[in-house]
Design a protein around this ligand. Structure first.
Ligand code: FE2
Ligand code: FE2
Length: 453
């Protein structure tokens, strides 16, 4: 049973740190990428004497730099006929030179497609490559900045996220800004990102070498000098692999600027991450937000208190967080999924639950997110729970989810009329879905005129 909590002291850093793992998944990065970037970036920010209020913004820029990452995933799959997660991870390792870019395109485009489709895609990228990558980066940067603003972060944080891919010498994207036109937060975040990608994939020496090679081109030579000074110490790298890195990151937020999360803040963060999830695929645009609305309407009709409905809305917003770990090659596939692909899809509620379990403030919504594809007869996934093992709260999320999924376009079929959706759901009452939730949904639809009375 969920109840409104007293105003407890939840640190924003704890919440955002845990949710940043969802962004790591979307970027195809090993868990903890954003945390490691935060650690390195804060060390760098302090070493260049950034004022403490700027360090506070830098802290959240580093954790949230990839907020817009899901917005170009579908387009990457479509253009490059490839797995967006692997593409994104590998793309971070190239330096933007023409020879590396060409090699990257040839080795990543349409590897599993027919020869004709592959050639068509490669020719398109060769012809329009500059514009394509600018558009992809622009979509990502703008969306990231928008979501940061919606979550209540300052313009400094939003601007730093927006300019993440600009380079010191003007060779970056999307605007080709140069030198001091680029916010310091963006410069620090990009340097730390490059260092971590190479550190995790190839080790400490490779990270140092790669950052040095980009001195004066991607990065300000002075900033690189400071980084090289810090990187001589072995403990700098050892800490990045330590088990308590998450805890240590909490200590890096400037004390006098520590942000606490009240109930409104929890709502804004849930909404922001719902936007990340919903941006991933054109077929799920707005899905999480609608599930939150339908869950709320159903709960209202079932007599839930406003404070409990608030938690159901948050569960609706975050239930599909785990989809960020799934390639759009599967999510947007226009034909039937293979058994192996379907097995991947079935992992997403478990991943949603695992990410949310890292946030004590959200522990009540873990069962709802992890259990939204369970069925009363035990034939659901991922755990095969049945009957009373599935709480009423979870059943409400399930009803809201299936109703929205059936009434929206899918890669393999068009949206169904509401009457047909309700008919399909009614056939599974008692087997998959709870009858009381269904009745409440009908009442809510009648009241909102979505369905003819
Ligand atoms: Fe789902
Ligand atoms: Fe869903």
């Amino acid at each position: 049973m969920i109840s409104e909590r007293p105003p407890i002291q939840i640190r924003s850093a704890e919440l955002i740190g845990a949710l940043s793992h969802a962004l790591d998944l979307t970027e195809g990065q090993p868990r903890g990428h954003c945390s490691r970037v935060c650690w390195m970036g804060m060390k760098l920010g302090k070493a260049i004497n950034m004022p403490r209020y700027e360090l506070s913004d830098l802290y959240y820029t580093l954790l949230l730099k990839d907020l817009g990452c899901s917005s170009n995933a579908a387009r990457i799959c479509q253009l490059y006929l490839t797995d967006d997660l692997k593409f994104k991870a590998d793309f971070k390792t190239i330096d933007g030179s023409l020879s590396q870019a060409l090699r990257f395109v040839l080795s990543h485009t349409g590897l599993e497609s027919s020869m004709l489709d592959r050639i068509r895609a490669i020719v398109n990228i060769m012809k329009n490559g500059g514009e394509i990558s600018r558009d992809l980066i622009e979509a990502r940067c703008h969306r990231g900045a928008d979501i940061a603003r919606q979550m209540g972060f300052s313009d400094n944080v939003a601007d730093a996220i927006q300019n993440l891919d600009e380079h010191w010498d003007g060779s970056g994207k999307p605007e080709g800004k140069v030198r001091r036109e680029i916010p310091v937060g963006s410069q620090v975040a990009l340097l730390a990102q490059v260092a971590d990608v190479f550190f995790i994939s190839q080790g400490q020496e490779a990270a140092i070498k790669e950052v040095s090679l980009r001195s004066g081109t991607w990065f300000d030579a002075d900033l690189v000098e400071v980084f090289l000074g810090m990187s001589q110490l072995d403990e700098f790298w050892e800490l990045l692999k330590s088990d308590d890195l998450e805890q240590r990151i909490m200590t890096l937020e400037p004390e006098e600027h520590i942000r606490l999360a009240d109930q409104d803040y929890l709502d804004r963060v849930a909404k922001g991450f719902a936007m990340v999830v919903d941006s991933k695929s054109p077929f799920t645009a707005g899905h999480s937000e609608r599930v939150a609305v339908f869950a709320d309407l159903i709960a209202e009709k079932m007599g839930y208190e406003p404070s409990r409905r608030r938690w159901l809305r948050r569960a609706g917003l975050l239930h599909d967080l785990g989809k960020l770990a799934i390639s759009n090659q599967i999510l947007d596939k226009p034909s039937r999924l293979t058994e192996a692909e379907y097995a991947v899809v079935r992992t997403h509620p478990r991943i949603s639950g695992e990410i949310l379990a890292g946030i004590p403030a959200f522990k009540d919504i873990v069962p709802m997110a992890a259990g939204h594809h369970e069925r009363l007869d035990g034939k659901g996934y991922p755990f095969g729970l049945y009957g009373e093992q599935i709480s009423l709260d979870t059943r409400i999320i399930t009803m809201a989810d299936v109703f929205d999924s059936l009434s929206a376009d899918r890669p393999y079929r068009k949206a169904m009329p509401i009457e047909q959706v309700l008919q399909i759901i009614s056939k599974d009452l008692g087997k998959a879905f709870d009858e009381r939730c269904f009745e409440a949904l009908i009442k809510a639809l009648q009241q909102t005129n979505l369905k003819a009375a």
